[in-house]
Design a protein around this ligand. Structure first.
Ligand code: CA
Ligand code: CA
Length: 490
């Protein structure tokens, strides 16, 4: 089977010009030619900040850029019609579409309500401060601009656990509503990390759960997406998305792919979550991202033997979506942990050329981050193509040196000229003997990425001695593959 490659088709600081859906539709053939097989589109529904909302400040999940709400019909990315066209254009090019699903919280309510609530400590949500008191909470969502189209359901405080703002006293604190508990099965940071922001949905409430399933079915019927990217799952009762996905998959009869964001560097929490949802979804390999980030910050002193240790790809590869950076780790964001540019080719080699995990390409790496004067990553296009064409066959690892590590892919017969030898160094360059296989005996290999210009001849015994320059990656492929790529990418 052809290697799959996912792309995150947005970054945080895109211009609020309402043009992303149109650009995406126009780019669909190019994405296909590049080797992209799945695209993750940003949240497509109206956020509290209208055109300026990246999409995570969810106001109305039924407004895909169709109603005059929050000062605009269009979302940051365009109108409902343009969104549907972009999805169709991608699918016409054989690219699956993942829709971003943000169900932890809602923001920008239409009105306030008097609610009895208990203040809980910011750093320990299980600890209350003082007594129950009446606050004024932004929890009324009746969507006057939509006027009941698609759904006449309206929201009030009974559907939420809490908020972080009392409009009466103008006070910011984490308020838990009377008679409510924070959702069980959430991350244990801050005692219980159910609450993140806005009005937090109460997943213990059966009305809420059934409304969200109803919405999911409407969304699928309207858009016809192929899968989902699930936002902020560590803040949501684990059982919720298990039920939600089961229902959507069952009712649509589609085996919808899903990848969730459980933002934690500790592999054990990710494994625990996967166990608790019966592995009904994949997770982003956050531990691997942090390994890349840490290695990139150590200027050559990182021990490369451990680069892939404690990652989801190593421990539960079937459920791993690997990535280098995303809209939250880019410069300017709260979770900023942007992998330094010198290390990016090494990191992308790990996610693109290894067997384990589905790699996710970040928009900001492919196209650059103009608002931060960051140019597109050199050679990323070529690397995606190399994955599509040549990263096949058995994998043999040589993670045996603190600076220079590598692996080979021994090729697969159905992929012409496939097979490669990859070397990374975070410090000085070096050589390594690696076994390509006897079928390559006598063949010439060239480095298609790095600075090595010599030719390596594979010995009679199937071994080759490959080289990498300092602080870089070299990817050795057969001369036939090398020449094909030179013309293909030019
Ligand atoms: Ca929550
Ligand atoms: Ca909740």
């Amino acid at each position: 089977m052809k290697n799959e490659t996912l792309m995150q088709y947005f970054e945080w600081d895109l211009p609020a010009d309402g043009l992303l859906w149109k650009r995406c539709a126009a780019q669909a053939p190019k994405l296909k030619a590049l080797g992209i097989t799945k695209v993750w589109l940003p949240p497509a529904y109206k956020g509290m900040n209208g055109m300026n909302d990246v999409g995570y400040g969810v106001y109305d999940t039924y407004d895909l850029g169709e109603f005059e709400q929050k000062g605009t019909v269009s979302t940051k990315y365009g109108t409902r019609e343009e969104y549907l066209k972009a999805v169709k254009a991608l699918q016409k090019n054989g690219i699956e579409v993942l829709a971003d699903v943000v169900l932890n919280h809602m923001m920008g309510a239409d009105g306030c309500e008097r609610v009895n609530a208990l203040e809980t400590a910011e750093n320990n949500r299980n600890q209350s401060i003082g007594n129950i008191k009446e606050i004024s909470a932004w929890t009324i969502f009746n969507f006057p601009g939509r006027a009941g189209k698609y759904s006449d359901f309206t929201w009030n405080s009974s559907h939420f656990n809490g908020v972080d703002w009392d409009e009466a006293s103008k006070r910011k604190a984490v308020y838990l509503f009377e008679g409510k508990k924070w959702d069980a099965q959430t991350d244990e940071e801050k005692g219980n990390f159910d609450y993140l922001m806005g009005a937090d949905l109460d997943m213990e409430n059966a009305v809420v759960r059934s409304q969200l399933i109803k919405w999911g079915l409407w969304y699928e019927e309207t858009v016809g997406m192929d899968g989902f990217r699930l936002d902020a799952v560590k803040h949501i009762k684990a059982g919720f998305y298990k039920e939600w996905l089961d229902k959507i998959r069952e009712k649509t009869g589609k085996n919808m792919f899903a990848v969730a964001e459980y933002w934690h560097a500790d592999l054990r929490r990710l494994l625990r979550y996967l166990d608790s949802v019966d592995h009904c979804m994949s997770l982003f390999d956050v531990p691997m991202h942090f390994n890349f980030y840490n290695a990139s910050n150590q200027g050559g002193t990182y021990d490369m033997r451990y680069l892939l240790d404690n990652t989801l790809a190593e421990h539960r590869s079937d459920c791993a979506v690997t990535f280098v950076d995303n809209h939250d780790t880019q410069p300017g964001q709260a979770l900023c942990s942007f992998v330094q540019s010198w290390f990016k080719p090494l990191a992308y080699a790990c996610i693109l050329f290894r067997k384990e995990g589905l790699p996710c390409i970040f928009y900001g790496d492919l196209y650059g981050l103009p608002s931060h004067n960051i140019p597109p990553m050199v050679n990323l296009r070529k690397m995606i193509k190399i994955r599509e064409l040549y990263a096949y066959g058995e994998q043999k690892d040589y993670f045996d040196h603190e600076n220079v590590v590598g692996w080979v892919r021994m090729g697969a017969d159905e992929w012409e000229n496939s097979g490669m030898a990859v070397l990374l160094s975070d410090g000085p360059g070096g050589q390594k003997r690696m076994y390509m296989g006897k079928k390559f005996s006598g063949m010439e290999f060239k480095d298609v990425i790095g600075k090595c210009t010599e030719t390596v001849v594979i010995g009679e015994d199937g071994w080759g001695e490959f080289r990498v320059d300092g602080g870089s990656v070299s990817v050795w492929v057969s001369v036939a593959a090398y020449e094909y790529l030179e013309t293909e990418i030019a």
